[in-house]
Design a protein around this ligand. Sequence first.
Ligand code: AMP
Ligand code: MG
Ligand code: MG
Length: 305
Amino acid sequence: MSSAALLMKVVASSVRAADKAAELVRKIMKGGDLGIIDKGGLNNFQTEADRSCERLIRATLAAQYPNLKIIGEEDEAADASSDAKSGMDDDVLSKACPESLKDVKEEQIVVWVDPLDGTAEFTQNLLDHVTVLIGIAVDGKAVAGVINQPFYNYKAGPDATLGRTIWGVVGVGAFGFQRQELPADSMIITTTRSHSNKLVNDCIDSMKPTEVMRVGGAGNKVLKLIEGKAHAYVFASPGCKKWDTCGPEAILHALGGKLTDVHGNALQYHNGVKFPNTAGVIAACSQHEWFISKVPQSVKDEMKP
Ligand code: AMP
Ligand code: MG
Ligand code: MG
């Protein structure tokens, strides 16, 4: 058994759990029967991949950390029959745990699982929008996260190796991707493509972007930020939940960025917190305060924390 700090072990196990979940997503996609259920509301679906991946991630983590609090989007029980022996990622274990997280106990941790983010896009075959998200909160703050993109590279042809894993810990850094420079004189805002409304659009308009990149998934949009493909993720609407933001927020924060609600307030991730991010999401690698300052008062008035 590794002598690493508990927090780093949970991250290392989460990386492996997300890798296994990604394999399962690809298998279900290949099988062709997505088992789509409409959960009600606007573009709010669940597929066999959402259900199976949550069961698998729960079983994998619960086998190693029986008392860990796990909150998942689909509320599926751990699958006792699944192979829970997935081990830990060596890369994560090779990094030193920040001093402030060295003594974290299991009771202080909540793991937020979005087994499949971007489900609406998954059902529409927009496969690179899909991610598996695992967020790790300590005392209510997002401190570590995993974003697995199961179909990364799928446009490169049938022989391409699919998928990649991005992970990060605040105070350690984030790994598994490359950052490019954003074009000079551009201001690119990424936002929802399937849950848009007047508030979302009013908020974006007030920032006068040179381009609006409408893509699916909270995980996918934070990837656009950290890879240097967009300046800000702007979503002035209450539909996004804690399992959408915990992992991506931690990764962004590990790189010096910030993710808050439209008022600039930090999001809370303790056990018992309400799931919806009722006051929306504004995220950026830099100049986050500038984006907050551009949120119209009319939008702020509509979005209660
Ligand atoms: P999007 O940017 O539309 O892909 O949404 C990011 C995340 O928030 C996804 O997990 C969506 O399912 C969720 N989400 C956003 N708006 C809504 C909504 N109106 N109803 C249900 N889920 C939503
Ligand atoms: Mg989601
Ligand atoms: Mg989901």
